[in-house]
Design a binder for this molecule. Sequence first.
Ligand SMILES: Cc1cc2nc3c(=O)[nH]c(=O)nc-3n(C[C@H](O)[C@H](O)[C@H](O)COP(=O)(O)OP(=O)(O)OC[C@H]3O[C@@H](n4cnc5c(N)ncnc54)[C@H](O)[C@@H]3O)c2cc1C
Length: 505
Amino acid sequence: MQQTIRKIVIVGGGSAGWMAAAGLSKALGDTLEIDLIESEEIGIVGVGEATIPPILKFNDFLGIDEATFVRETHATYKLGIEFVDWRARGHSYFHPFGHSGREIESFPFHHYWLADWWRRGGDYDYTQYNLETVAAYKGRFGHLMSEGDKPNLNYAFQFDAVLYAKFLRNYSAERGVIRHEGRIVSVEQHPETGFVTAVVTADGRRLEGDLFIDCSGFRGLLIEGALNCGYEDWSRWLPMNSAVAVPCERVADITPYTRATAREAGWTWRIPLQHRTGNGYVFSDQFISVEDARARLLGCLDGAPLADPRLLKFVTGHRKRVWDKNVVALGLASGFLEPLESTALHLVQSGITRLLALFPRTGIVPSVVAQYNKEVLFDYNNIKDFLIAHYKVSDRDDTPFWQWVQAMDMPDSLKERLEMFRETAIVVARDPELFRETSWLAVLMGQGLLPKAVHPAVDSVDPTDLRLHMSRWRKMVESRADTLPAHEDYLRRFAPSPELRRREA
Ligand SMILES: Cc1cc2nc3c(=O)[nH]c(=O)nc-3n(C[C@H](O)[C@H](O)[C@H](O)COP(=O)(O)OP(=O)(O)OC[C@H]3O[C@@H](n4cnc5c(N)ncnc54)[C@H](O)[C@@H]3O)c2cc1C
């Protein structure tokens, strides 16, 4: 429909809705009108507290001051994810946000590390060559100054989802976004084109728009309710369909990382914030009852629960089209991938960035819609493969759930990637894939998949020189991590929440 977009209506005021409001008002607020409608009666999902490093770019784009952001969302820093009991019970590994080691003669470090490890044997210490892992396990964090070719710390945030939505709501209001409170009960569509023309609230208000952003959560009020886009269901590979979530009191020091612990029928998360710790059990109800999952979660908290565990139900997959006619779905309205690698808020962010990059000046053009769908679904597919790898590359077969996973088939794209790595130690994961070589290596090697051979270029480096190079790198990483303050001390100085200030007093 060739009609200039003059007014955008965002449906939903969870993280997705307010991220969209913030991003769109920052870029286009002076040129068009943006309204957001949400319903306090329905509320927001209120989880989604761990992020990945690209969020820094989003904050930069919005022009948000980091200390203000950290203080107001009660955030902590995240250097990666610790995976406990995934490969086998009693085993853990770290998926850091940065590289391990440094390329040698333009070839990735892990080829050299593997050759050296095969020669000398001993401890499996690949991530000791990674600054984020070493700093995380020392409980340290700080903003490091760049120093020549020494590694810098890559990081993301762990924050309170409700405070995040509130923070972006204030940001958006300052840029002219108009908020409406009300429960939408019907959606009006153009009789010929099917384009959405207005949403109507229970008290009879009509909100018209040219472009609608569906951020209404799992229900997908417009993308599914009105446009019936259909859903691609991925439960055959990712069978989790439930989660129970509960915050608890913070008792220990704040770890600068998220923990994901494999359990009998899924996994639990632990996300430390300044004022509390977020916890949840993501599971498949084919293998554990909700009651047992709840009890299991409550049994593994490290502080007193601050609420009753809340149950959330979902189906893994995505809408067949995430942009249809004049509706773009973001957040839970567009699809769901379990939060094992904290990717959902990133998908919201990349959806907004893409929408802005492709924003049609003269109206909605089918080629733009097709391109947007292609790019978003490419991301969904790659993330899906990465998540499945966490289950498939594991020695666990100790419960019916893990036996089911062992027997489960895999997508061909993942089969090929695993075979290539097993045979050659090569991982091909390049731009625009979200998870690159560093992440695949951390997870595949962490989960216990070791290649049969490494690149032949390794043979041209003298083993003694290589050993020397590696031990220097390791010492440098160790000493660089030692220059950092304790994570909690840093937060206290840099951006303390009222709770952190109270603890100090
Ligand atoms: C168990 C779990 C754990 C997660 N963990 C992470 C994580 O660690 N990291 C991460 O990045 N993501 C995570 N996510 C995903 C993340 O929570 C979501 O992507 C994010 O919160 C965005 O949600 P949303 O805004 O799409 O939906 P919601 O928060 O559900 O918001 C929906 C909005 O739509 C409004 N609405 C709905 N219907 C109507 C109506 N009829 N009228 C008016 N308004 C309406 C509601 O009021 C609300 O404002 C997790 C998700 C789950 C389920």
